[in-house]
Design a binder for this molecule. Sequence first.
Ligand SMILES: C[S@@+](CC[C@H](N)C(=O)[O-])C[C@H]1O[C@@H](n2cnc3c(N)ncnc32)[C@H](O)[C@@H]1O
Length: 274
Amino acid sequence: MSVMFSSSPPAAAEPGASEALIAFLDLASAIDAVRSAKACGFEMLRMQAGEHLLDIGCGPGTDALALAKQAALLGGRVTGVDLNPAMIAAANRRAAGLRLPLVFLQADIHALPFGDAHFDAVRIDRVLHFLSDPRKALMEAMRVTVPGGRIVVTEPDWSTLEVSGGLSDLTATVLRAGISRDGAACIGARLDRLLMECGLQLMAHRQTQLSLGDFRSAVVLFGLEGVARTAVQAGALGPRDAARWLRSLQQAGERDELNVTLKGAIASGLRLAG
Ligand SMILES: C[S@@+](CC[C@H](N)C(=O)[O-])C[C@H]1O[C@@H](n2cnc3c(N)ncnc32)[C@H](O)[C@@H]1O
């Protein structure tokens, strides 16, 4: 099975970044392919009656709200956490008045403010690829999951980013120098291994793929301006060539010849007893 999802948000430290990040996440959540990837992840949670779910890195709460609607029908509840207080404020605004079994808290995945075995299922959607030690973060998510509970993780593999339709020589240069292959950037390629190394029993694994042909959406969702900037900072090309590259992608989009693709994975694991 192949499903799709998106990734690269603006860096949270930039001025006005929280609003831009929320707009980015709303744009991503509205794309059919992203919605079907999220639906796939929801199914992999295998929510049952009366269960308490945790959504880590919940952003402005779109997914936690959808899960809380399902949980409400089953007598369950949902907690969403995010490191960024602006996300929690937005999530609380969106949940206000809906009377759903849902709470949002600001928290860091590395130090969750919950006791051991607090949740029946935990979801982590595109958070680990930002972290320097995703294994440590996953272990903390496991700590708050009951033995027998499920953890579902969705992550991209940035080494798979492909861009076609623009100036191919410049594309090769920009992607070679502008995409990080270090740390957790390629974690989507080894998600199943990571879950198993942390002691989870692998339950399911799905490949994901997001392909976009619209220039503006591709620039925003794949952070192409940032990729070009990184390549310039690395000295791989000059700013003029970077601008020429982006223009060539825009023109390819106008000719319906642009295709930008990113692959990744969704994996679910069972926390074993003991
Ligand atoms: C790509 S966004 C995904 C948001 C949401 N899961 C969605 O699909 O709309 C990643 C989120 O992880 C949050 N995040 C990043 N580092 C985190 C950490 N250490 N602990 C908790 N959340 C974190 C960010 O603030 C951001 O809202």
